[in-house]
Design a protein around this ligand. Structure first.
Ligand SMILES: O=CCCCC(=O)O
Length: 488
């Protein structure tokens, strides 16, 4: 089968796999059904992958269950060694992995390289953490007893990942799962399966045993229903929208699975009068336009205090109007295509609704025809606009004006979501006060970037459950067993 990706010249064409991975075997769908994967920059079909059925998903679950029996008994040092080998192969394959990622997802190649480094960092981190899973001894109320708290892997884990970070959202989940001794069935987004399959190839080369990582490609409803209903699957980790997360949560209820959910955000980005203007503009660019605005932690509402409002808007507008929009494969692109037509429709609807409600366009970058959204700064944004209550998930920066700190906090917290928030001030008392008052899982003071392996990633309210990355990320894949030894 020919493929546009192969024509682009991967140095290791074997990384481009077009089959699902079940129990160590690369397989097609039993029905022969396949789905197309397209390049969002051109609309060209990159190739196809199997549309795996519920039955085959069941086979992947059975393979993960069989592998779990052995994998859970490997030593932490052995798991760490295999994970480090996987990490090293990822780093060595950065250029190819980044090219695959850009072609199927659209983000500029430089950002894709950054995602591969970010993705690999989770594998390295959890390779290290594998050897630090410790239990404890609890003083018992009687003298002839000892109580041990031991840690055990949760079991077979279902990993459902999104299209916006096709590499790193897999590694942030699979890294800790494998380190803890769990085995996984990964269902990557149907828009970006090639990045996932390439990770599968590298895992196999690293020596990770058959069945420990299974990857099922295809449409989400059928595969998701099988993963969530299976009593063998003991854990679901999902990154995606709150709407889908809550459906999955409901589907997991009958079998009472452990859940990690990284869901939608509606991040406020607050600029106080006393902010460092340069730093605030840089922070806004970093947090708003990462991945073309298609990131759950991207700022969605830019709240600017009246005294600095006009200066901030002027500087932001200058930066945004000179942004380069184009194919992620072009060296000078700052913003690539959006993932699909539905994304463009939503962005356009938000912009039109804002304009209908009195907003104005302060800046708009030149944008080519095709599946692109124009980077834009809107002023005069207000709470009755769609973009105040929903994630736009695109390169549109709406600026809301506020007068007092109290007003800013009411606006910022006035959302059912609570993933990330950012604020800029040079007043240290305000820094503590506002940082503590923001109802979000992640808060950036004088920075627009909070995503890094060392830091716990996750949200409160309808933004999800659990934390990924960091020291605690492995806990999501561990159970505590109370082991009572009596008659001593
Ligand atoms: O949309 C959510 C992906 C999270 C990417 C990150 O880790 O910042």
């Amino acid at each position: 089968m020919t493929s546009h990706i192969a024509l682009q010249g991967l140095s290791d064409p074997e990384l481009l796999r077009r089959q699902a991975l079940i129990g160590g075997k690369w397989v097609d769908a039993e029905s022969g059904a396949r789905i197309e994967v397209t390049d969002p920059a051109t609309g060209a079909v990159l190739g196809t992958v199997p549309d795996v059925s519920a039955g085959q998903t069941g086979q992947a679950i059975a393979a993960a269950e069989a592998a779990f029996a052995q994998w859970r008994r490997t030593s932490p040092a052995e798991r760490a060694k295999l994970l480090m080998a996987w990490h090293d192969l990822m780093i060595a394959a950065t250029e190819d992995l980044a090219m695959i990622l850009t072609l199927e997802q659209g983000k500029p190649l430089a950002e894709a390289r950054g995602e591969i480094a970010y993705g690999a960092s989770f594998i390295k981190w959890f390779a290290e953490e594998a050897r630090r899973v410790e239990g404890g001894i609890i003083p018992a109320p009687m003298t002839d007893r000892r109580i041990l708290a031991t840690k055990e892997p949760v079991g077979v884990s279902a990993i459902i990942t999104p299209w916006n970070f096709p590499n790193a959202m897999i590694t942030r989940k699979v890294g800790p799962a494998l380190a803890a001794g769990c085995t996984v069935v990964v269902k990557p987004s149907e828009f970006t399966p090639y990045s996932a399959l390439a990770l599968g190839v590298l895992a196999e080369r690293a020596g990770i045993p058959a069945g420990v990582i299974n990857i099922v490609t295809g449409m989400p409803a059928e595969i998701g229903a099988e993963l969530t209903s299976s009593p063998v699957v003991r854990k679901l980790s999902f990154t995606g929208s709150t709407r889908v997360g809550s459906i999955l949560m409901g589907q997991c209820a009958p079998t009472v699975k452990r859940l990690s959910l990284e869901l939608g955000g509606n991040a406020p980005f607050i600029v106080f009068d006393d902010a460092d203007l340069d730093a605030a503009v840089e922070g806004a660019i970093a947090s708003k336009f990462r991945n073309g605005g298609q990131t759950c932690v991207c700022s969605n509402r830019i709240l600017v205090q009246a005294g600095i409002h006009d200066a901030f808007v002027e500087r932001l507008a200058e930066r945004v109007s000179s942004m380069k929009v184009g194919s992620g494969m072009a060296a000078d692109s700052d913003i690539g295509p959006m993932i699909n037509g539905a994304a463009i429709d939503k962005i356009n609807a938000h912009v039109q609704d804002a304009l209908d409600h009195g907003a104005s366009i302060a800046a708009r970058a030149e944008t080519p025809e095709g599946q692109y959204a124009a980077p834009m700064v809107l002023t005069g944004a207000t709470g009755d606009m769609l973009l105040a209550s929903e994630e736009t998930f695109g390169p549109v920066a709406p600026v809301f004006r506020f007068d007092t700190e109290e007003e800013a906090l009411l606006l910022a917290n006035g959302t059912p979501f609570g993933l990330a928030a950012y604020f800029f001030t040079q007043d240290m008392q305000r820094a503590w006060r506002v940082g503590e008052a923001l109802e979000f899982g992640m808060v950036g003071l004088n920075t627009g970037a909070v995503s890094m392996v060392e830091s716990p990633f996750g949200g409160v309210k309808q933004s999800g459950l659990g934390r990924e990355g960091a020291r605690t990320g492995i806990d999501e894949y561990l159970e505590t067993k109370a082991f009572h030894m009596a008659g001593l």
